[in-house]
Design a binder for this molecule. Structure first.
Ligand code: PLP
Length: 284
């Protein structure tokens, strides 16, 4: 998996005794970048599953469409499954594309690829836990068991909410989504511009998602900093570390620059002080 990432993506496999291997992004002034060779080298015959979240939170990295084919080929070669967490597919920043690049147009029925998606973000239904996946048809019986015995089912009113969101979008040319994208652009733009004026802060601009992953010079650790910001400024940040490389067990060379970093959520929340900061932050 690529890291830093949303904690559940590492913790869920860990509960199943999987050993996550993290491949770190490179923090650059233009945004987080992926060294494709590092990822390809990390996918070996030992790899059962590659988890790819694009746009990725918290770094805001979004996959280069040219990177999809080599990743897919590598997964095919070693027989690994590829799970694409496409939750932020519609949450692109400063882009005229309708959605981030997806693996789905590249695959055929035999491919071990699953795309997971949700109403949480683009349709503002966070917490309603309604989503969908695109998976090989042969998995349907097993997925049926998983839904039946794991979640029972999505509550009726939640399903009705999803249907209403889609119907409304179809009738109104996805105007809500466009408004959401416009807000993301504004908030990300104000936040990155504002942070640039502060010395000691290194904040690669996000290409997608709703977070910004920043490095604050001289902070002992991100949890202490995040706690102080709550206490002193009423500002909530999600504390987080950059990548730990499975092989070395230490911070990877590439991501050292982002050490002691924090995820700043720029969508939707407001600061306790009421002071607008190009929107504010909240925990994940
Ligand atoms: C990357 C990522 N994947 C999955 C989820 C879970 O989404 P849901 O709200 O649909 O459970 C989240 C939620 O924040 C997320 O950020």
């Amino acid at each position: 998996m690529l890291a830093p990432t949303w904690p559940s993506l590492t913790k869920i496999p860990s509960t199943l005794a999987a050993v996550p291997h993290r491949v770190g992004f490179t923090a650059t002034p233009d945004g987080f970048a992926l060294a494709l060779d590092d990822l390809l080298a990390a996918i070996t015959s030992e790899t059962r599953l590659v988890l790819l979240n694009s746009p990725a939170i918290p770094p805001g990295w979004t996959i280069d469409p040219e990177h999809r084919a080599p990743i897919l080929d590598r997964c095919r070669d070693v027989g690994a499954w590829l799970i694409c967490d496409d939750l932020y597919q519609r949450s692109l920043i400063n882009s005229s594309d309708a959605a981030a690049p997806s693996f789905l147009p590249l695959i055929d029925e035999a491919d071990r690829v699953i795309s997971v998606n949700s109403f949480s973000k683009a349709w503002a239904m966070t917490g309603w836990r309604l989503g969908w996946m695109v998976a090989p048809a042969a998995m349907a019986p097993e997925l049926g068991k998983l839904l039946e015995f794991n979640t029972s089912c999505a509550p009726g009113f939640v399903q009705a909410g999803g249907l209403a969101a889609l119907a409304h979008g179809a009738r109104h040319g996805e105007s809500d989504l466009q408004a959401f994208r416009a807000r993301l652009n504004t908030q990300a733009g104000r936040l990155t511009a504002g942070l640039k004026t502060l010395s000691g802060i290194f904040a690669p601009p996000p290409a997608g998602g709703i977070y910004l992953f920043l490095h604050i010079e001289g902070c002992p650790d991100s949890l202490t900093t995040a706690t102080r910001l709550i206490d002193e400024a009423g500002l909530g940040l999600a504390p987080g570390r950059p990548t730990r490389n499975q092989a070395s067990g230490g911070p990877s060379q590439r991501s050292r620059r982002a050490n002691s970093a924090t995820g700043l959520r720029f969508s939707r929340c407001s600061c306790r002080t009421g002071r607008p900061i190009g929107s504010s932050a909240a925990n994940a």
